[in-house]
Design a binder for this molecule. Structure first.
Ligand code: CBF
Length: 839
């Protein structure tokens, strides 16, 4: 079913005013029209969700002009396109974001309210697409926003998981996972494009043959094939015409596949196989879990990568005579190793399906891909057992062997007589059971390799990818992460954004460096006062929300101390708990102690199979139970665990924070991006010299940042000399008291065993060195408490944090990628005349 090509200028589109008009009256009418004709409901029978859907369609109608113009322009222009391949896109809700980008927030709010509906109630109906685990997926979403805003031709490719990241409930203090059914009431933001479906092969065997020119070729005979159906979502830039596409693939059984069984009368078998096929895009894997050996995960990766590469080739051949210049027209960014199989798949498509010779195919491939590494944790570096890999992707294994063979020849020339280098660099790990090392495949097959913060890149060069850095120093660079100020300031913190605009105008929304102009206002006492007043109002909003959701009263005048992120031992939420118990002990020992009132707020999900992380959640909730209800504490400390932390929730919580906890062990967090969102919303950071904290501290000034803890070098040095955490326990009275209290079962209704795994782990191994950092952390927290008492000075520090965060816009990151890696330029979109009269 190929699309009909109509000469563009004659494109017979009939413009309906209700789909495009911008007056309040038209918007109201359009809402009812969509409710009636798309939802099939009248206002009398419509649910809140029906109204939300109608509202979403009414907004979507008004961005279509930009989306279609962008696609038409890209189709006819020879522009270089960035293809962002990512197994995760953690987008967050679309509605308000699109309204802000279109500059239609006010008229829509008015139109809804004038229709007698509650705008916020409808907005709250939106199920966010939780198609990611955390930082990596959210970064991909920020980058899509910046690519569109900067008018860079780009397409994001990923998987349309039917079930995204699980919803979290807390029962008796424990995390309980609930399936995320984000699609159950429909998704108004996507459009299926079955006409661009792609067929993906799996399993089977390969066979060689000579083609008509007597050239030796290989053909892959798969065991089964799966259909990839693309679902497109527009990603609109802020106040520009560019609306790029996020294309997510859904797996469906291919017809040829179930016909075979069907024909022999095995109807149920055919259906069973069909269901099995479709599980490929069913569910997002929660990270942190041991994924090695999970075949479905490899199937998912190959599925979306193969669909995407075939799609790029289709688009390319629509505009170009051959694939010879593919690498000149496309830069494909590998978002971590998850799509790294793309290197072998592009080779296969060029060699087997387009008859290129090896050298030409390899030249195209290695000049197309660029690889971003996002982690230093050894357990997160993907490798696939050779037998699983070979069974699922027999042709790719052959290709990888051939790549490796040539690569190792290159290594041999570089390091004559150094066999150990060959073993270290090889794409195949042969030290024990054999594996395919995906990071090595990505490094060999890419022209650029980057880390995501300055420290992280240095550690890649000196440690995790040291051998590759020695071999290919010119491939390496740093691209510090960034976040979009549209979602993380304008949308989530309208009060603060408005105040900033009043003072310095709104240019900062697209040029975040312009926030610098706020520095002068940090010296203005009246403004500082006003700034703190706004923060208080935002905190009051969060306090109301906590009261409504959890029935816990928190004082907006207390210091809001927030740690929201995935729960992981390296992120050290339990170090935060050790400080809370320290404060608790101090007050119990001296009930009249003058402490700065604090509300400790936690949020985050633990991977379902990660025992220690789940126990840390239980510990936080158990400590909260005791502390919040102890009359001696008298509300001076409150501990809150907010269930089901997600993007929507982040939008509420970042603006309300006074202090942001960025307390990972130095050398473990690649970058972090939550740290940026907090600081951009005026929170001060208590943090280690880890990830992007290092650069944030440099930017905002050491005097506006609460530093503690070991440096990476110190961590390495202590480890090298055999770290004995018990020494810290024995020599610090407060630390000893804290661990003893937990051990006795004080927070577990007398059960000394419940938290034993945490305490024993800290005392006898402490891989993330909490005990070594404890004293320095508690002292820094004391300094935070003291500093907060001087609200005027705190306000000054808060303003300076915001003013100096310009570097951490994802626009800056994307410009760096464009200039140094992709070599792409902005391309402004003109809306053709025949669409001009529309919204
Ligand atoms: O680079 C984006 C983020 O990616 C992670 O979340 C990841 O999943 N590897 C890292 O843990 C973060 O440090 C990083 O900011």
């Amino acid at each position: 079913n190929p699309p009909i090509t109509v000469p563009l200028d004659e494109c017979p589109i009939i413009i309906e005013d209700d789909r495009t008009g911008l007056s309040i009256e038209t918007i109201r009418r359009a809402l009812l029209d969509n409710l009636y004709y798309v939802q099939g409901k009248t206002p009398q029978t419509a649910t809140k969700n029906d109204f939300y859907m109608a509202l979403a369609y009414t907004v979507r109608d008004r961005l279509l002009k930009r989306w279609l113009s962008t696609q038409l322009t890209y189709r006819k222009t020879p522009v270089k396109t960035v293809s962002y391949l990512s197994a995760e896109f953690l987008l967050g809700p679309h509605l308000i974001n699109n309204l802000i980008s279109l500059n239609l927030y006010d008229p829509f709010k008015k139109a809804i309210e004038e229709s007698g509906l509650n705008f916020q109630e409808l907005v709250d109906q939106e199920e966010e697409p939780g198609l990611g685990n955390g930082g990596l997926g959210r970064l991909a979403a920020c980058y899509m926003d910046s690519l569109a805003t900067l008018e860079i031709p780009a397409i994001g490719y990923g998987i349309r998981y039917e079930f995204g990241i699980f919803d979290q409930e807390i029962k008796d203090g424990w995390q309980v996972e609930i399936t995320d059914k984000w699609l159950q009431y429909g998704n108004p933001w996507e459009i299926a494009r079955p006409e661009f479906a792609q067929l993906v092969k799996f399993g089977g065997y390969t066979e060689s043959y000579y083609d008509q020119d007597h050239i030796y070729r290989v053909r892959w005979v798969p065991r089964y094939t799966v259909n990839g159906i693309p679902y497109d979502t527009p990603i609109l830039g802020y106040r520009v015409n560019t609306a790029n596409t996020l294309r997510l693939w859904k797996a469906e059984a291919s017809e040829s596949f179930n016909f075979e069984r069907f024909n022999v009368g095995d109807y149920y078998g055919a259906v069973r196989d069909k269901v099995a096929c479709e599980t490929i895009s069913k569910v997002l894997y929660p990270n942190d879990e041991q994924i090695q050996g999970k075949e479905l995960r490899l199937e998912q990766q190959f599925f979306f990568v193969s669909c995407s590469l075939q799609d790029m080739i289709r688009i390319h051949l629509n505009k170009n005579a051959s694939l010879d210049n593919f690498h000149e027209m496309w830069s494909i960014q590998l978002n971590d190793t998850h799509p790294a199989i793309g290197v072998a798949e592009l080779m296969r498509l060029l060699l087997d399906e387009n008859n290129y010779d090896w050298d030409t195919a390899w030249n195209i491939t290695k000049n197309t891909f660029a690889y971003t590494n996002h982690t230093l944790l050894p357990e997160a570096l993907e490798k696939w057992p050779l037998n699983i890999f070979g069974r699922m992707l027999p042709r790719h294994l052959e290709i990888i062997y051939a790549i490796n063979h040539r690569f190792l020849d290159e290594v041999r020339i570089h390091y004559p007589n150094d066999v150990s280098k060959l073993a270290c660099l090889s794409i195949i790990d042969e030290t024990g059971e054999k594996y395919v090392r995906m990071a090595h495949l990505a490094c060999v097959g890419s022209f650029a390799i980057n880390g995501v913060a300055a420290l992280h890149t240095e550690l890649l060069k000196s440690d995790v990818l040291r051998d590759f850095y020695e071999l290919y120093p010119e491939k390496f660079s740093n691209k510090t992460n960034g976040v979009t100020p549209r979602r993380w300031m304008v949308l989530s913190n309208p009060r603060m954004s408005f105040t900033i605009c009043e003072k310095i105008g709104d240019s900062w929304i697209k040029n975040l460096d312009d926030l610098r102009q706020l520095e002068g206002y940090a010296e203005d006492g009246g403004f500082r006062n006003y700034w703190q007043q706004i923060k208080k109002e935002v905190k009051q909003d969060l306090a109301n929300y906590i009261q409504a959701k959890l029935d816990i009263k928190v004082d907006p005048h207390s210091l809001f101390d927030v740690q929201v992120k995935r729960i992981h031992e390296y992120k050290r939420q339990h170090l935060n708990v050790l400080n809370i118990v320290t404060l608790y002990n101090r007050i119990k020992n001296n009930p009249n102690l003058d402490v700065t009132p604090r509300t400790f707020i936690f949020g985050g999900k633990a991977a379902p199979g990660y025992f220690m992380a789940k126990l840390i959640i239980k510990l936080i909730n158990s400590v909260a139970d005791v502390v919040n209800n102890d009359p001696v504490i008298c509300d001076r400390i409150k501990v809150i665990f907010l269930p089901d932390y997600n993007v929507t929730f982040g939008q509420r919580v970042y603006p309300a924070a006074d202090i942001s906890e960025q307390i990972s062990t130095a050398g473990k967090e690649a970058s972090g991006t939550g740290n940026m969102k907090f600081s951009l919303n005026g929170a001060l950071t208590i943090g280690t010299l880890d990830g992007a904290n290092v650069e944030i501290r440099e930017s905002v000034g050491a005097e506006n940042f609460f530093l503690f803890g070991l440096t990476t070098e110190e961590v390495y040095a202590i480890r090298a000399n055999r770290y004995t955490p018990r020494d810290y326990y024995n020599s610090d009275e407060e630390l000893k008291a804290v661990l003893d209290l937990i051990s006795t079962g004080f927070f577990s209704h007398g059960d000394p065993n419940l938290f034993r795994p945490i305490v024993d782990n800290l005392l006898y191994s402490d891989p993330y060195m909490l005990l070594a950092d404890y004293r320095s952390y508690v002292d820094a927290q004391d300094a935070v408490g003291c500093a907060y008492r001087d609200q005027d000075h705190w306000g000054r520090m808060s303003i300076l944090n915001v003013a100096r965060m310009g570097k951490f816009s994802s626009d800056r990151s994307i410009k760096d990628y464009c200039n140094d890696i992709w070599k792409t330029k902005p391309f402004a979109i003109d809306v053709p005349e025949y669409m001009q009269s529309q919204a």
